[in-house]
Design a protein around this ligand. Sequence first.
Ligand code: CP3
Length: 346
Amino acid sequence: MTNEPLLIQALNGSITERVPFWFMRQAGRFLPEYRAVRATTSGFLDLCFTPEKAAEVTLQPLRRFGMDAAILFSDILVIPYGLGVDVRFVEGEGPRVGLTNTQKTIEALDLTTVRNKLAPVAETVKLVKKELPEGAALIGFAGAPWTVACYMLQGKSGKEFQDARLFALSEPVLMQQLIDTLVVSTAEYLSMQIEAGAQAIQIFDSWAGLLTPAEFEKWVTLPTIKLVQLMRQKHPNVPIIGFAKGAGLSLADYAKRTNVNCIGVDQHTPMAFAIASRANDRQAVQGNLDPLLIASNKEEAVRETKAILETMKKTPSVFNLGHGFIPSTPIENVAAVAETVKAWRR
Ligand code: CP3
């Protein structure tokens, strides 16, 4: 067991001597080597579906900063693509997703095409596994049903996703059908990643915080419970990180009822509150440095990193950001935070 990567030990509830770390959006536009590979592609999805290039950008941040984990390079919107929805990324604007807000478009979602259409992602996983540095782990991921539904119901990025919330409130039966399809297809896609070699998975519910407590239970907690159950039936030993951004006061209920191995903590949630919200002593926490602090002030980011590590001292834990890097993040700030985490001991 002790030969297991540090990240996997922590996710399984061990209090490791050093806190393993990785960063959300660690592969991306803040790295010049990412931008160089990206410039050789015809678009963002082309990068996601070209295994050699996707594997290369997955590994780039580890070479620079020595993280304890790589996160598969892909996107949460490949699920609607796999289900037959039109998904595009417009340069400088963001994603465009075919609206899936009628009985006809929801019933047209095709679960049988997911594995074939997303097969290149499994290839990426295999390539990354061959090159992964000693001691590092590979994390697979998917968007949670609610967050993916936000894009399918809104058609593009948003701040409030009003169309998605209005649909959920006015068409609860159709909404349930859409969510159920996403639960099953996401379990299939995550299983594919695990079968190819992913050692842990993270479920990104980036827009969980938009919901009222009652909606949160219906569209975040209950679908995540189902997804976790499906994953545990097939892959009982692969740890799951549940990141419900903005969960706030619903975090304890989410942690207890989903029974994920680790709860992702955003920068708006005090780490001590997250630790107190856990289902049990072996549930791990992950987070939660402010991505704007690391983008703007190296000394303050290092100080805050040490404070977060101190708070995590007696808890199984993984160091991360509270959300993804922004593209303007200075590389030297990331290096300083990475060195701080690597040098710190319990
Ligand atoms: O390093 C990593 O974290 C792994 C790769 C990863 C990406 N997206 C790459 C990406 C992961 C885990 C994601 C998840 C993702 N994608 C989420 C959930 C996490 C979060 O940040 O909240 C969401 C909501 C998406 C949807 C998405 N993808 C949007 C809205 C956009 C466009 C916005 C933007 O910043 O341009 C993307 C594109 C995207 N996904 C980029 C990257 C590196 C930038 C695309 C580019 O290079 O042009």
